[in-house]
Design a protein around this ligand. Structure first.
Ligand SMILES: N[C@@H](CCC(=O)N[C@@H](CS)C(=O)NCC(=O)O)C(=O)O
Length: 247
């Protein structure tokens, strides 16, 4: 979004595996202890959807809003579903396939308990704890695959023959969807749209656009991708089983 709006910014990365998000100075900015947080002109903004809408309102050129009411409503529908359904589902699956192994390498079982105790939202804490101990066997993992399958179908249907998700312009829906769809593909679930070529066609267009921003590693470093691929490889049989049962 910041690149789309041709803005300059300073990025401060938090190490979520080491618990930077729980530091008191960060909790003052983001009481839920999650990223991202945007600070603009001394104003503090949190929640990705709130942040992208704020950026759109403050920096309204070039506009990322469809002008016609119905495509705009569909854009809002997609964003709502990314926020409410896709985020937790991608979170559960990423955690089960990759992050829990990293967490186990970095923390003793006692440290893991301390980590869970610090998670602010009780629902998130429960979800993460279940996924940590049960992995892809957790009932929530199977549910997450079904949810993602439905949202990918909606995305595909809304895109139709258009270049972007809600018509001719790159909108907030495209900006919002890009990291999730990329992550779903990276964790070995790209098969969800094997029969929907429009999704890959859209994703390639997004990647091309993002490459023009001249960002360093917009999708993460090579070592990050290699680490993710290694974990996906290790979980391949379980991923296939889950897909077979749920689709
Ligand atoms: N609804 C929030 C969700 C933010 C969120 O869950 N961020 C994750 C990273 S993608 C996080 O900070 N996780 C830290 C943790 O689980 O302790 C938003 O869209 O900003």
């Amino acid at each position: 979004m910041l690149s789309e709006k041709q803005l300059q910014w300073q990025e401060i990365k938090l190490n979520l595996r080491k618990g930077d998000q729980f530091k008191p100075e960060y909790l003052k900015l983001n009481p839920k202890a999650v990223v991202p947080t945007l600070i603009h002109d001394d104003k503090v903004l949190r929640e990705s959807t709130v942040i992208i809408n704020y950026l759109e309102d403050v920096f309204n050129e070039p506009s990322l809003l469809p002008v016609v009411a119905y495509p705009r409503a569909m854009m809002n529908l997609l964003i709502k579903s990314f926020d409410e359904e896709v985020h937790p589902s991608v979170g559960i699956l990423s955690y089960a396939i990759v992050l829990r192994h990293q967490m186990n390498e970095l923390n003793s079982p006692e440290q893991m308990q301390e980590h869970f105790a610090r998670i602010v939202d009780p629902m998130r804490r429960q979800r993460q704890q279940n996924t940590h101990y049960e992995g892809l066997e957790a009932p929530a993992a199977a549910q997450a695959v079904s949810t993602l399958n439905k949202v990918i179908s909606l995305l595909h249907e809304l895109k139709g023959e258009n270049p972007w998700l809600c018509g001719d312009i790159f909108s907030l829906a495209d900006a919002s969807a890009a990291p999730y769809v990329m992550r779903i593909r990276n964790i070995g679930l790209g098969v969800l749209w094997d029969d929907k070529p429009g999704v890959d066609e859209w994703l390639e267009r997004v990647i091309e656009r993002i490459n023009t921003y001249e960002l360093e590693d917009p999708w993460g470093s090579d070592s990050f991708h290699a680490m993710v691929a290694e974990h996906v490889n290790r979980s391949q049989a379980e991923i296939e089983k889950l897909l077979k049962e749920r689709l």
